[in-house]
Write a protein that binds this ligand. Structure first.
Ligand code: C2O
Ligand code: CU
Length: 463
């Protein structure tokens, strides 16, 4: 079996199961705005994207752009997003990580019907709590055509100071129409299966055409350049909305101070690199104290695809061009979930209800990805009741990473609050707890889009 280079993920923190005093996530939801209403329009439409000079693809996106426009609001504002669907098929938008009211969650079949071609739908919710989030289509494989973007809810009083900030959207990009796994049979090895669902190059099958790994919609040859001045503290918001890549992220010549995980503030922890799964977000601060022109890389950890690249450039530096090679920091100290100590931790509580969830799939004869052997939508809902403290115990019986995402709630994993958590392969275990404080029908699923599409999902339903 392939040895995955994913240290810094599964030490004690997230699989330790407290014997009797489980600790549960607090409610961070907000129903009433404390600021003005902000209205934004998003047109879902066919667009042309240039991921590098001369490499133009026709795909789908928002407002002509890929990634879509960064939506930026202040915590407490009422956000009103008018979505116009100019696509040839139905669509929705999901506000990934934000505990919105259920009807605003954008999940077709659970919370709304897809917005039909030519139609408009308005999403309204309070922008809270602050943090780095994502928005994306939740219909089929639309996300992987480019229907995604960053949603930033600015804090009123940040717990860390900084002089400048940048958003880095990490992505993988496959030109053309993405294909689901479910169509795969042993005779048909479409790129949907080998390129996106399985580890590239496994079983001797060739890796299909693949445009590459991107930062802010750019291939390495057109790598974005982030300018800094010596002496500045620079905040980077790292977001991974990609269809099928977990990245190891590092900046040459600089350590990172991790300040937020999935938008929640943590005690700052200094690391050299970190793993960021599909749907996860980290905010980090770097001290610009090492003038030069440095490589920023995001290396896909499953498969053999080349890294995404960007450049950290000091105004004082004369250096030009794309720094080549891989940063030393890739081999330094990785972030581990057990390093994360959330600053918003609630008091200890015992769970009222637990679920054991076995994640499996990816076998040659049955390419479906399942939870307890069931593939959504042919899967029983996980039933909970309002006010309950709920525990999910996951074990990964497969050889791939599963970034498991719960809609509508933050959960407690170790001493962190998150909404997406990587469950390591080869019997990796993760336990998380949450409070059932947001009634409705919620999605819980793997954020590898191809695993989701082949069934690795459940409804979490309030009775
Ligand atoms: Cu970003 Cu249901 O997910
Ligand atoms: Cu998965």
């Amino acid at each position: 079996t392939a040895a995955l280079a994913v240290p810094g993920l599964w030490t004690a923190g997230c699989r330790r199961e407290p014997a009797d005093a489980a600790t549960i996530a607090p409610s961070l939801r907000r129903d009433t705005p404390t600021g003005p209403t902000r209205t934004v329009r998003l047109r879902a439409e066919e667009i042309e994207v240039e991921v590098a000079p001369g490499r133009v693809y026709r795909t789908w996106g928002y407002n002509g752009a890929f990634p879509g426009p960064e939506l930026r609001v202040r915590e407490g504002e009422q956000l009103q997003v008018v979505v116009e669907n100019h696509l040839p098929e139905g669509t929705t938008i999901h506000w990934h990580g934000v505990p919105v009211p259920n009807a605003m969650d954008g999940v077709p079949g659970l919370t709304q019907d897809p917005i039909a071609p030519g139609q408009t739908f308005t999403y309204t919710f309070v922008a809270a709590p602050s943090g780095s989030y994502l928005y994306h289509s939740h219909v089929g494989l639309q996300l992987d055509r480019g229907l995604l973007g960053a949603l930033i809810i600015e804090e009123t009083t940040p717990h860390v100071s900084y002089d400048r900030e940048y958003t880095l959207v990490l992505d993988d990009f496959l030109p053309g129409e993405p294909r689901p796994l479910t169509a795969a049979t042993p005779g048909m090895r479409g790129r949907g299966m080998m390129g996106r669902g399985m580890m590239g190059g496994m079983m001797g099958v060739q890796v299909p055409p693949y445009a590459g790994s991107l930062i802010n919609g750019r291939l390495p040859e057109a790598a974005p350049v982030f300018e800094v001045r010596r002496g500045e503290r620079v905040r980077l918001r790292l977001l991974n909305p990609s269809g099928a890549s977990t990245f190891r992220f590092a900046i040459d010549g600089h350590a990172m101070l991790v300040t937020h995980a999935d938008g929640r503030p943590v005690e700052p922890v200094r690391v050299d690199n970190l793993l960021i799964g599909m749907g996860e977000r980290y905010d980090v601060i770097i001290e610009a104290d090492n003038p030069g022109r440095w490589a920023i890389v995001a290396v896909p950890v499953e498969g053999t695809h080349p890294p995404a690249r960007a450049v950290l450039h000091y105004r004082e530096s004369r250096a030009r061009g794309l720094p080549s090679g891989l940063p030393e920091t890739l081999h330094g100290r990785p972030l581990d979930y057990s390093d994360l100590k959330c600053l918003e931790m609630p008091p200890a509580q015992r769970p009222d209800r637990s679920f054991d969830l076995l994640l499996s799939g990816g076998m040659m004869m049955d390419p479906r990805w399942t939870i307890n052997g069931q593939a959504y939508p042919d899967a029983e809902p996980l039933e909970i009741a309002q006010g309950e403290r709920v525990r999910f115990r996951m074990v990964n019986h497969s050889m791939m990473l599963h970034p498991m995402h719960l809609h509508g709630h933050f959960f407690r994993v170790g001493d962190a609050l998150k909404d997406t958590v990587l469950v390591p392969p080869h019997m990796g275990r993760v336990v998380f707890d949450f409070v059932a404080d947001n009634p409705g029908r919620w999605f819980f699923h793997c954020h590898n889009l191809y695993h989701l599409e082949s069934g690795m999902a459940r409804e979490v339903r309030y009775r």
